[in-house]
Design a protein around this ligand. Structure first.
Ligand code: PEP
Ligand code: MN
Length: 360
């Protein structure tokens, strides 16, 4: 699956001059609602109409979707507007019904990606079809589980694939409904650069006013597209009302986002970036040299501890070093979190060095 341009052919074939936009309501509610939003979205950068037909709800008693009936409305919206369509599927029966109604793209929801059994059931159900599958990240921050789901589809012969980053749930309250944990999709992008990566800012944000900034961050990170919950009357939505926006707001948003070019050939830019990168390379070399020197001294201390039969770990000294470096970090505009991470790693390497010296 690695380095496989085939994975993104479906996206390249759309020939878009901007990132892919998937928009539409959290849930299909009525025929009128869905057709109204579809026609309004047709006038924006949207290529794909989304609508939840079966809604996985964390707690029972909330609106659980209109069911198969809504697929007819989705089909009608597609016929009337020419937009592609997508919906969430969570079992083989959903797949069967969605494909019977010409749904172009099926997405696997966050609560489904966590279950390899269900993912496999869905993969078996789409086997032999030409469907495009988008896999949302699992609710828990686990890259392997996310990739595992994608691989199940790939192994079932589905090569039109993509992933949707919708954030990760945490027990602690944060400003987001689901924490973005950007490092996880970045790691995924580094390992599978051809797998289209789409941001779902709506489920990360949980509220409208965070959506724009999330989209901009995604574009700065070279994401391939956005999936944004859009409703003709967001406040009256039957599900996820706080995070949905109007088609008008969506149009404003896509106009105001800055699309960064992955590369630039402009001479001046290239010169400047080369100079700066050379500087970074030199500093990186210095960092390695200094760390190597630090470890040489650590080894000397290790030998001294061995001669005097003293334990490797000296908690008091370690805490003193850490506190001093946190202050030093502040002076140099480095966050405490960052300094802690670096020093924990340095300390671990020092312990490994001394263990070797003492046991030699
Ligand atoms: C949705 O897209 O409406 C949805 C239920 O998403 P998720 O699976 O990300 O919670
Ligand atoms: Mn939703």
């Amino acid at each position: 699956m690695k380095n496989n341009k085939q994975l993104r052919k479906w996206l390249d074939d759309l020939n878009l001059s901007h990132p892919l936009v998937i928009a539409g309501p959290c849930s299909a509610e009525t025929e009128e609602q869905l057709l109204k939003v579809a026609h309004e979205l047709k006038e924006t950068d949207t290529s794909v109409l989304r609508a939840g037909i079966w809604k996985p709800r964390t707690r029972p008693g909330n609106f659980e979707g209109v069911g198969a009936l809504g697929l007819k409305w989705l089909q009608k919206a597609k016929e009337e507007t020419g937009l592609l369509t997508t919906t969430e599927v969570a079992n083989a029966n959903h797949v069967d019904l969605a494909l019977k109604h010409d749904v172009d793209i099926l997405w696997v929801g966050a609560r489904t990606t966590v279950s390899p059994f269900i993912v496999q059931e869905i993969a078996d159900a789409v086997k032999g079809t030409d469907t495009i599958i988008l896999v949302k990240n699992p609710v828990n921050p686990d890259l392997a589980l996310w990739l595992g789901a994608v691989e199940r589809f790939y192994e079932a012969g589905i090569s039109k694939l993509g992933v949707i980053h919708r954030g990760f749930s945490t027990y602690q309250k944060s400003r987001f409904r689901n924490n973005p944990e950007w490092q996880i999709p970045i790691d995924l992008q580094n390992s599978f650069p051809d797998l289209p990566l789409i941001l779902d800012p709506s489920h990360i944000a949980g509220k409208r006013d965070l959506i724009f900034d999330l989209c901009q961050t995604a574009l700065d990170l070279n994401y391939d597209g956005l999936m944004i919950e859009t409703h003709p009357n967001p406040d009256k939505a039957w599900s996820d009302a706080n995070q949905q926006i109007t088609p008008e707001k969506l149009a404003w948003l896509t106009k105001n986002l800055k699309i960064r070019k992955p590369e630039s050939n402009e001479k001046e830019f290239k010169n400047q970036i080369n100079t700066l990168r050379t500087q970074i390379d030199l500093i990186d070399n210095q960092i390695m040299t200094v760390l190597g020197k630090r470890m040489e001294i650590v080894d000397e201390i290790g030998a001294l501890k061995k001669d005097n039969n003293v334990a490797i770990l000296q908690v008091k000294r370690w805490n003193a070093v850490l506190n001093r470096m946190i202050l030093e970090g502040k002076e140099n505009k480095l966050s405490e979190e960052f300094v802690l991470k670096i020093y924990k790693a340095i300390h671990q390497e020092s312990i490994n060095h001394q263990k070797k010296v003492i046991n030699d």
